[in-house]
Design a protein around this ligand. Structure first.
Ligand SMILES: [Zn+2]
Length: 210
């Protein structure tokens, strides 16, 4: 099992384009166009897996990301968030992992705040976990993606070993839902802290969409 208290011991044959990063938007000029991320075929979740540090669910569905078609392949969660945006670390970060036909990876990260409303789909995931349900669950989450995404696009890496680079990131700060304190608390209680440390930016360009 991955040990987040011993990150310095993770296999580290990587370069200078690592994730997550500390994002400061105040010095960035917003790109004039909209962030191109649209769910085409609704995202459906299937098998739920407890990998010791997070819940992972296999996914199906497709999205168009900057003019290219990607398959949605899985979703998992980190708490607290891995990315930091303008000094804010969010209580939870959702990673929607996508891959295209030539194997390129694109992770859409939804930065989730705590609010009054509990999210019914995240609750379903919790309830299935509690009940030990691992077979196909057919939960549709296409509406987790905001209609008009706001955030950052940059090139980084996987945040767990093998920490592979060349991963495209869309860090989205305006998801249209929150989790309530009970849901965030449940995740933290079951999985502890599962976020990777901030990595050096090394002069990388960040594109800001708002
Ligand atoms: Zn992740």
């Amino acid at each position: 099992m991955l040990d987040y208290t011993k990150q310095q011991d993770w296999p580290n044959g990587f370069g200078e384009l690592q994730s997550p990063i500390d994002i400061k938007t105040e010095n960035l000029k917003a790109v004039k166009t909209q962030m191109h991320y649209h769910v085409l075929d609704d995202y459906k979740l299937h098998q739920e897996v407890d990998d010791g540090t997070t819940i992972r669910l296999r996914g199906t569905g497709t999205a168009e990301i900057f003019g290219r078609t990607f398959d949605f392949v899985q979703v998992h969660f980190h708490s607290p968030s891995e990315h930091v945006v303008d000094g804010k670390r969010y209580p939870l970060e959702i990673h929607l992992v996508h891959q295209n036909v030539i194997g390129q990876l694109c992770v859409v990260a939804l930065m989730i705040s705590e609010g009054e409303t509990r999210n019914p789909k995240f609750q379903q995931i919790i309830d299935n976990y509690e009940a030990g349900v691992t077979e196909s669950i057919e939960l549709s989450i296409g509406d987790w993606a905001p209609w008009y995404p706001v955030g950052i696009h940059y090139l980084g890496s996987l945040t767990t070993p093998p920490l592979t680079e060349g991963v495209e990131w869309l860090v989205i700060t305006n998801p249209e839902f929150t989790l309530n304190a009970e849901q965030v608390g449940w995740f933290r209680e079951h999985f502890g802290k599962d976020n990777r440390d901030i990595q050096p930016l090394n002069g990388r360009a960040l594109q800001l969409y708002r």
